[in-house]
Each structure stands twice: as C-alpha cells, then as structure tokens.
Write a protein that binds this ligand. Sequence first.
Ligand code: ADP
Ligand code: MG
Length: 227
Amino acid sequence: MSLVLDDVTLTYPDGESRLTALDRVSLEVPAGSLAAVVGPSGSGKSSLLAVAATLITPDSGRVVVDGADTAGLGRAALSALRRDRIGIVFQQPNLPASLTAVEQLQLMAHLAGRPVRAARARALELLDAVGLSAQAGRRPGRLSGGQRQRVAIARALMNDPRVLLVDEPTSALDHERGAAVVDLLAGLTRERGTATVLVTHDRTHLAAADRIAEVRDGRLRVEEAAR
Ligand code: ADP
Ligand code: MG
C-alpha cells in the first residue's frame, strides 16, 4: 500500500470558529493504481491532496506514504520525504519561463542534490514517455497548454516518486487533450507502479480509475471501479 489516509480530519480557522475541510477521511491507494477524486468546488479535494502531500498536517488521523507514517517526522524529514517519494502536479504547471523542457526536469535533480548533467538522460527518457521528445529543447512559451502539463507530469516523475498527486491537470485543456493527459497518467501509474491520486471535475476521466472517491462537504465516499 503506497498511500494511506486513515481517519483524517482537517480544519481551517474560520473567524471565531473552524471550518472542517476533511471530515474523518480514509483512502488507500495501492502501488500501481489510480484513485480519482471528484466533488464540487470547495468540497475539500485540494485539501485532501495537500494532506497527502504532507504540505498540511491534519488535526487528527494518519498519513502513511510508502510505508512511512508521517506523524513522527519533523520538517526536514518531511521535506526529504516529499522530494524523494512524492511527485506533485498542480493545476497550473508553473514552469520557469527561461528553462527548456529538459532543463525543467534536470532542475529537479539539482534540487535533490544530484548531478544535473547525469540527470539529462533520465529527463529525456521521461519526456519521451510523455510524448515530448521533439519538444525537449523548447521553453514553455513555445509549448501548448497540453504540452506544458505533460512537462509538469514528467517533472513530477523525475525523482521516481512512489506517490503521484495530481490536482485537476486538465482544467485548462479541451476535452480531447484532457482525456489524453488522463490516459497518459493511467499508463504511467501502471508502468511505474506509483500510487496515483487524480483530482478531476470531469466524470469521463473516471473510466481510467481503479477507485473513485467522491468528496462532499469534506466527507469521502470510496467506490472500487468495476475494471
Ligand atoms: P476544492 O479543491 O474541492 O475546491 P478545497 O480543499 O480547496 O476544495 O477547499 C475546501 C474548503 O476549505 C473550502 O470551503 C475552502 O474555502 C476552505 N479552505 C481551503 N483552503 C483554506 C485555507 N488555507 N484557509 C481557510 N480555508 C480554506
Ligand atoms: Mg481545488
């Protein structure tokens, strides 16, 4: 089991009281499988990803990443865990404008303290896996929205994460390109054995999922997909 959320509750300050963003949420995502998270805007989807990413510590409950219970870890250990075992793709790809596609990926090796030149072969291999071999030398300004999102996905895989967390990667794409990005994610999940969580607002993407988690007002209902 590569990602486990166990009875997680998260509240935010809300004036005099607290707003419950996640209400006793449990979700298990085995290695090599994809969980889709759906639900209306404001239901808690991004909060769930932030907790899984260890970017926010929940009020209660456990988050276990690749067998490591995150509760006992301090800031430095958590940041190492994120760097080495978690890949995150945000809604906006956030690619530095001055770097080419292959350099965007090499930057991840640099941030992990690994030699940048040696990372080039892996970066090119991952760009090939997301169908961007021909665009490796292009800067973001010369890539389409879908291509930029593919670079962000390849970048998230650069440190070979066990857990891949993806927040509405297709919101800026048309339907066809969105479906292609989701198919790509599902394929990479199976090939690379990541435990993947995909937040999406598009129900047609659910066909690619092994389990579907529906969030409503911070509560989660999980269904095993009939695959
Ligand atoms: P979704 O991604 O499904 O749109 P979010 O997880 O972003 O939902 O938000 C869930 C709820 O928590 C919303 O009511 C939102 O306004 C609130 N919320 C999200 N982030 C914060 C924050 N940093 N501080 C206070 N409230 C927040
Ligand atoms: Mg969100």
